[in-house]
Design a protein around this ligand. Structure first.
Ligand code: HEM
Length: 194
């Protein structure tokens, strides 16, 4: 399949969790505290999309399907989209945009600060995700896009801090991240290039 076609398959794939979350919410199936569950689910999928983004190059190499590399951008942008919705759901549904709550949470809760830092790290990546930016920035683009690593690391730390169901999921996230980092170390420095 041509890479152009692969790109388009990635977009609906990334949208599937959102469609599922929306259906659960519409059907009143988000449990006793729907707002909290919604924030949790959007956060969870942010992290999964970030890890999916990092998985694409190794997957393309190991499965010998070069077209998969295209999905790094797709899943990276989906990750950014899910984090934005995660933040908006948190600020709207849990804090009601109350400035005093917001101020307190953003300054006094380390896990929120870590989440914010992870989110901030993703902004320059999303804003320079176009082909034109990539061409314009050249080597700088490659360096800039290494911000994905601190972002995902902070995302995992944040998840381990806020989770309420034990460290099982954290262990899975950490293991996947370690495998991806190990692969990157073993397979040289060109992992982020096309
Ligand atoms: C890259 C950025 C982020 C990632 C990957 C991320 C990921 C996650 C994950 C996976 C969870 C679910 C934890 C669990 O129950 O297992 C979560 C929960 C949470 N996140 Fe984030 N998050 C990010 C940014 C943020 C930001 C910017 C905020 C707010 C400023 C935030 C606030 C929260 C809160 C309050 C919860 C707990 C929800 C609840 O159960 O009450 N996160 N996040």
């Amino acid at each position: 399949m041509k890479s152009k076609h692969w790109t388009w398959v990635g977009w609906p794939l990334g949208a599937l969790p959102l469609a599922w979350i929306t259906m659960q919410a519409a059907g009143g199936q988000l449990g006793p505290d729907p707002a909290e569950t919604l924030v949790e689910l959007l956060g969870w999928w942010s992290l999964v999309m970030l890890l999916a983004c990092l998985t694409m190059r190794p997957a393309a190499q190991l499965l010998k399907v070069p077209g998969l590399v295209i999905w790094r951008r797709t899943f990276g942008l989906w990750a950014f989209g899910y984090v934005c919705m995660h933040f908006l759901a948190w600020a709207t549904l849990l804090l009601g945009w109350d400035p005093s709550f917001l101020g307190e949470e953003l300054t006094k809760r380390p896990y929120i600060i870590i989440g914010m830092l992870a989110w901030l790290a993703l902004w320059p990546l999303a804003l320079t995700s176009t082909r034109q930016s990539r061409r314009r920035l050249g080597r700088k683009w490659v360096k800039l896009h290494r911000l994905i690593f601190p972002a995902v690391l902070l995302g995992v730390v944040h998840q381990s801090w806020v989770q309420k169901s034990g460290y099982g999921e954290t262990l899975i996230f950490v293991s996947v991240l370690l495998i991806l980092l190990l692969y990157r170390i073993l397979h040289g420095r060109n992992m982020i290039r096309k």
